[in-house]
Write a protein that binds this ligand. Structure first.
Ligand code: GLU
Length: 416
């Protein structure tokens, strides 16, 4: 038998899916339909670099499932975001949108590139070429991309423009756009806000006093930075953060305003808040109450799971914990809130953005935040109740709710 460690990311996600399908007693045919992506597209993305050379990148869009609504999911710019990784992320989007019960399916896209090594002009050209490569595959009622790792509001602005040149003005083609181009107020903060909303909810249930609770955040991208800011507002002590340049640790709490003032932890030593340098690996094992992996996947593994000291793990990244490591954390009594719930704030506000675009209307930020909180807390409560009554882990309960919802719509559509 294949050891779990040898599975690729898509097989890992499907291992969790298969367990949920077993518990639900899904018939084989339905299980196969839900496991495999419905459609996949690979495109060549040739880019004229600033120095005149042509470099050819690989781009993907995987449409995993659209039984509950149009395909929805981000576009990742990362050298390792190959087809299996994109399939895994697309599948997670299907279960995520179903869990929080918004009318979307699941998709994901990527361009295998290192965005930090490209100029803004190169990124603009790459994005336009990728968009024209997939433009027949996406549409405001078919598949709606959004930002993910390595992409941002500006990327979505370029995508919207490239799509609009071919199809006419279509703001609803992407979400997570700049507000000036029809983006939703509150979208940029939404994923981080969702993480901290859930932190407040779970803290009430555990219970855990958030005043002075020590939190360590891996990743200072859009999600991690908002988690740091909003957790601090709740009275948490941010003891450690990290980015691609490594981490910074101060058991007395890092100076958050000083941290927000710098542009990455490779800033000159004098500008860095007071603290000791740690590696990204060491950050995960620090003495803290709450650990938030908010960077790449597969960082909590069997190698380090037994050394994690946090009492609560909030998975802000997609798939940060391998299935084997998950078992170790559960056995050790660590509370884990799964990715498909914890980082759902982004796609929930994407849903609001999309509906605002279709209606050519705008909500104020307070309304966006209020509706976001309502949806997330309802999903959290539903997951908790299921986990408790059926004696499941949070992850098992969350996935089961999502899978059951999608399976039901497949049946109701009657398309087989
Ligand atoms: N990339 C984000 C995620 O993984 C947001 C997706 C979206 O808004 O469509 O959930």
């Amino acid at each position: 038998m294949l050891s779990v460690r040898q599975l690729n990311p898509f097989e890992e996600v499907n291992l969790l899916f298969d367990r949920a399908a077993d518990r639900l007693g899904l018939p084989d045919g339905c299980r196969e339909m839900l496991r495999r992506p419905w459609r996949e597209l690979q495109v060549q993305v040739p880019v004229r670099m600033d120095d005149g050379r042509i470099q050819v990148f690989s781009g993907y869009r995987v449409q995993h499932n659209a039984a509950r609504g149009p395909y929805k999911g981000g576009v990742r710019y990362h050298p390792e975001a190959g087809l299996d990784e994109v399939r895994a992320l697309a599948s997670l989007m299907t279960w995520k949108t179903a869990l929080v019960n918004i009318p979307f399916g699941g998709a994901k896209g990527s361009v295998q590139c290192d965005p930090n090594a490209l100029s803004q002009a190169e990124l603009n050209r790459l994005t336009r070429r990728y968009t024209t490569g997939i433009d027949h595959f996406i549409a405001p009622h078919r598949d709606i991309p959004a930002p993910d790792m390595g992409t941002n509001a500006q990327t979505m602005g370029w995508m919207m423009d490239a799509y609009g040149l071919l199809h006419g003005h279509s703001p609803a083609i992407v979400t997570g756009k700049p507000v000036e181009l029809g983006g939703s107020l509150g979208r940029e903060a939404a994923t981080g806000r969702g993480v901290v909303t859930l932190l407040q909810e779970v803290a009430r249930d555990l219970p855990m006093d958030l005043k002075g609770a020590r939190i360590a955040v891996q990743g200072l991208g859009n999600v991690g930075a908002w988690v740091v800011k909003l957790a601090k507002k709740q009275g948490c002590k941010v003891v450690a953060v990290s980015d691609i340049n490594g981490g910074l640790y101060n058991p007395k709490g890092l100076d958050v305003p000083a941290l927000m003032a710098i542009n990455g932890l490779d800033a000159p030593a004098d500008d860095l808040p007071e603290g000791d340098r740690v590696t990204n690996q060491e950050l995960l094992e620090l003495d803290c109450d709450v650990l938030v992996p908010a960077a790449i996947g597969n960082v909590i593994t069997v190698e380090n799971a037994s050394r994690i000291k946090a009492r609560l793990v909030l998975e802000a990244a997609n798939h940060p914990t391998t299935p084997e490591a998950d078992e170790v954390l559960i056995d050790r009594g660590i509370e884990v809130l799964p990715d498909i719930l914890v980082n759902a704030g982004g796609v929930i506000v994407s849903y609001f953005e999309w509906t605002q675009n279709l209606q050519e209307f705008r909500w104020d930020e307070a309304r966006v935040n209020q509706e976001l909180t309502k949806i997330l807390i309802a999903a959290y409560r539903e997951m908790r109740a299921k986990a408790k009554t059926r004696n499941l882990t949070n992850r098992e309960a969350a996935l089961e709710i999502g899978v059951e919802r999608v399976a039901r719509t497949v049946e109701l559509r009657g398309f087989v």
